[in-house]
Design a protein. Structure first.
Length: 387
């Protein structure tokens, strides 16, 4: 049964990772979801290999660095995903900070194995000692990012509730569930380590070990399934939730608090969509708001003179886009005009990205590729060839 659970998680996470790569999600979210399911695939793969062919893991102990690293990376990936949902900027300094735990993980792993000389085939395979180090780092990562993620989510739901799309409300809540699942998994591991340390020779210990491993396997399968559904399901399904949601929408919003449910059930009449969209288009185009890298749904709604939830719904129903997609469309058109002007040939791509309203170069490249089908440099070269 245990091997079947791990194998199911392995196959499911691998297939979902492939789906993420080819999905129509915003590039950055697509990359993060692919990384998340890739990490789960690696963890499950090494575990399954350990159950079915333990001699391979013992012959090549360096394989253990993979689940060790991914166990530390998963909470960090979730944290980055939360920041994208609440429209928080992700700086280079943050990336550097996020590298600390993985580097400690690598340092511990190789230091331990070189000190114990466990890389040689003549010596004992120090699985228990390696497990202690991995457990400590994983538990630390889960606790640390559980706290910071919950802080970001709580702040967003308390202060920016009406600024967020309906699918983001649902996404933030299920991420809270996911964080709790991962924390419970970490607690199970700590409890198991304590039992193993104190009662390793007890007759009932093998049963306790089987229960712990089965519980962890079930938790990972549930976490993978939940993330697949809420992370990949079309946001338009959730953004069109009304006072009378369909069966799937009702199940999706069943995890929400009463306050959030009231907000996401708000809707606008179909005949009001076009007037609201025209109102939004007018203020965006006249004031060139898309050139402001700090533009948010609440700022745009205030400029347009309509509630945030109506702005979000008008964009979803009328333009078929979320807020970021809508604004980025204007920014890319503005950038295309700059690139098409031969007088701007000396301008760097980075400068053009900033002038077009992007806060950095990476999202500019991703958005340009999405809307134009080629990179900014390739687009500029094609214009030069025509001239």
């Amino acid at each position: 049964m245990l091997e079947s659970l791990i194998l199911t998680t392995l196959i499911l996470s691998f297939l979902i990772a492939l789906v993420c790569v080819s999905s129509n999600l915003v590039p950055y979210k697509r990359y993060l979801l692919t990384s998340f399911f890739g990490c789960i695939t690696i963890q499950s793969g090494i575990k399954y290999l350990g159950f079915t062919h333990p001699e391979i893991v013992q012959a090549y102990p360096t394989l253990l660095i993979l689940p060790e690293l991914t166990s530390v990376l998963v909470p960090e990936i979730i944290y980055l995903y939360v920041l994208t949902l609440v429209n928080k900027p992700i700086t280079k300094a943050l990336y550097v900070k996020l590298l600390i735990l993985p580097l400690i993980s690598i340092l511990f792993f190789f230091s331990f194995y070189f000190i114990t000389d466990a890389f040689t085939t003549e010596n004992k395979f120090y699985l228990f000692e390696a497990y202690i180090g991995r457990l400590s780092l994983t538990f630390l990562a889960n606790i640390l990012f559980f706290v910071v993620c919950l802080r970001e989510i709580s702040y967003a739901l308390e202060h920016n509730l009406t600024d967020l799309g309906k699918h983001i409300h649902i996404s933030l809540i299920w991420i809270k569930w996911l964080l709790w699942l991962l924390l419970i998994r970490a607690v199970f591991s700590v409890a198991f380590f304590t039992i193993q340390f104190l009662f390793n020779d007890a007759d009932w210990f093998p049963v306790a070990m089987l229960v712990q491993k089965t519980a962890v396997a079930i938790i990972m399968l549930i976490a993978t399934s939940l993330t697949a559904y809420y992370g990949l399901r079309n946001p338009m399904l959730f953004d069109t939730i009304s006072e009378t949601p369909n069966v799937e929408q009702a199940l999706a919003i069943s995890i929400l608090t009463l306050e959030v449910k009231k907000v996401i059930k708000k809707n606008i009449k179909d005949e009001d969509v076009e007037p609201y969209l025209n109102q939004i288009n007018a203020v965006v185009e006249q004031e060139k708001l898309y050139l402001d890298a700090g533009l948010t749904p609440s700022i745009l709604a205030q400029k347009a003179g309509i509630p945030v939830y109506k702005l979000t719904l008008a964009l979803n129903k009328g333009a078929g886009k979320n807020f970021n997609e809508y604004i980025n469309y204007y920014r890319i058109n503005y950038a295309k005009n700059i690139l098409a002007n031969v007088e701007n040939n000396k301008s760097t791509i980075y400068a053009i990205a900033l002038n077009s309203g992007f806060s950095s170069e990476a999202p500019f490249y991703a958005a340009f590729q999405k809307y134009v089908g080629k990179s900014p440099s390739a687009f500029r070269n094609s214009i030069e060839e025509k001239n």
